[in-house]
Ligand binder design. Structure first.
Ligand code: PLP
Length: 393
């Protein structure tokens, strides 16, 4: 093992027994280059995070410009900082009026924590309902509502009053009652392999929430900023949540998240007690500048309008007898192979052949495809050819 990999293994906490240990030299557009100079086409984009590709000059210039002005100056919500309020304003302009006020966080899981707290504060109730097989982050509140017992059993006790419904199963909606503070739900379930809602499921959840005075929280940490072919995922399903959580692609490679709601609800964080959610670095001005530049670019170009066509290209180029199904929407696609060892083989061999693919947290039989939204048609075709060549072996 070379020195860098040895240090990585010895001094960086490990979370997986066999990491790929790809040693990065640089990354540009849809490609990552390793220290030996080998190029890899990136079908993962930092797990749905690098919206405009790697080292996009729009983002690096925004970051550099902001760094030259000021970086961290104060904890969240005290000083008026241009990149923060401009981003909050542009988000509000592109969202329904009931989602006009943003709290910026450091990450997706912090956005979920904040949203859960806000729902408890607003309703005076404690029960949070999530979906079986959902993933909302790794801190203790998000972990409490994770829909996979195997991944959380060793960390119990977790939050009480966390219960579940089954995604796409209306018969379980009766679990949502007038004791429920909030339902937290992903428009497309991520960790279980990109499961899309069927038969107006999200609309039925919304109706049940309205009946019981329960707040609806959408976890759009993975579906935001154009990934599904609309700026936000809820636009695909005509359901407006009470609280919207963003992260990942929102930062275009920089760490930022947000929970967004109405001004009325959000103001509850200012009294009884004041400072209802506190963060030092949430909404870091440099990260807000990156997010603002990304949002402006998405709004002013055809990138989002082109996503549907790119999805079609993927689907057309991934026809193979060993591919059982392609799930998901836009550039959030899962290849179902129905075979765990084949999934490992495809992911490993793809890396050898210069294509980066990745796994899912809760299913072993599918492969994740979430490239930068800026990926070219030629690169889509090239990557799909590599996948099919391995399946042919
Ligand atoms: N929610 C969803 C749907 C996610 O995909 C993720 C991350 O994978 C999270 C929440 C947690 O976000 P973060 O890793 O930024 O805490």
């Amino acid at each position: 093992m070379d020195a860098a990999k040895e240090i990585f293994k010895k001094h960086q906490a490990q979370t997986f027994p066999t990491p790929s240990c790809l040693e990065i030299k640089s990354a540009k557009g849809s490609y990552i280059t390793d220290v030996e100079g080998k190029q890899y086409l990136d079908f993962v984009a930092g797990v749905s995070a690098c919206t405009l590709g790697h080292s996009n000059s729009i983002i690096t210039n925004a970051v550099k410009k902001q760094l030259n002005k000021y970086s961290h100056v104060m904890v969240y919500g005290e000083y008026v900082q241009n990149p923060q309020y401009k981003l909050a304003e542009l988000l509000a302009k592109n969202l329904p009026t009931s989602l006009n006020t943003t709290y910026f966080t450091n990450s997706g899981t912090e956005a979920i924590e904040g949203a859960m707290k806000l729902a408890k504060r607003a309703t005076g109730r404690s029960e949070i309902i999530s979906c079986k097989n959902s993933y909302h982050g790794s801190t203790q509140g998000s972990l409490s509502i994770m829909g996979n017992e195997r991944k959380k059993a060793n960390y119990r006790p977790l939050l009480p009053s966390c219960n579940q419904i089954h995604f796409n199963d209306d018969s379980t909606l009766a679990n949502i009652t007038n004791k429920t503070a909030a339902v937290v739900i992903e428009p497309i379930q991520g960790a279980s392999g990109f499961i899309s809602p069927e038969n107006n499921f999200l609309l039925n959840v919304k109706k049940k929430c309205a009946e019981t005075g329960t707040l609806l929280i959408f976890d759009e940490i993975q579906t935001c900023y154009g990934r599904l072919g609309t700026l936000f995922g809820f636009e695909c399903y005509n359901v407006i949540p009470d609280i919207l959580c963003l992260a990942k692609g929102m930062g275009a490679g920089m760490p930022i998240g947000a929970f967004i709601s109405s001004n009325k609800l959000m103001n509850l964080l200012t009294f009884e007690p004041s400072l209802g959610h506190i963060t030092t670095f949430g909404g870091h001005p440099v990260n807000c500048a990156a997010s603002l530049a990304c949002l402006e670019h998405l709004i002013s170009t055809e990138i989002i309008n082109d996503i549907e066509e790119k999805e079609r290209l993927f689907r057309a180029n991934l026809i193979h007898s060993k591919i059982k199904e392609i799930r998901g929407k836009g550039l959030m696609l899962a290849i179902e192979l129905d075979d765990e060892s084949l999934v490992r083989k495809v992911v490993d061999k793809s890396l050898e052949k210069g294509l980066i693919l990745f796994y899912f947290l809760f299913t072993d039989t599918a492969i994740r495809i979430t490239p930068p939204l800026t990926i070219s048609d030629n690169d889509i075709i090239k990557g799909c050819k590599i996948i099919k060549s391995i399946l042919d072996e």
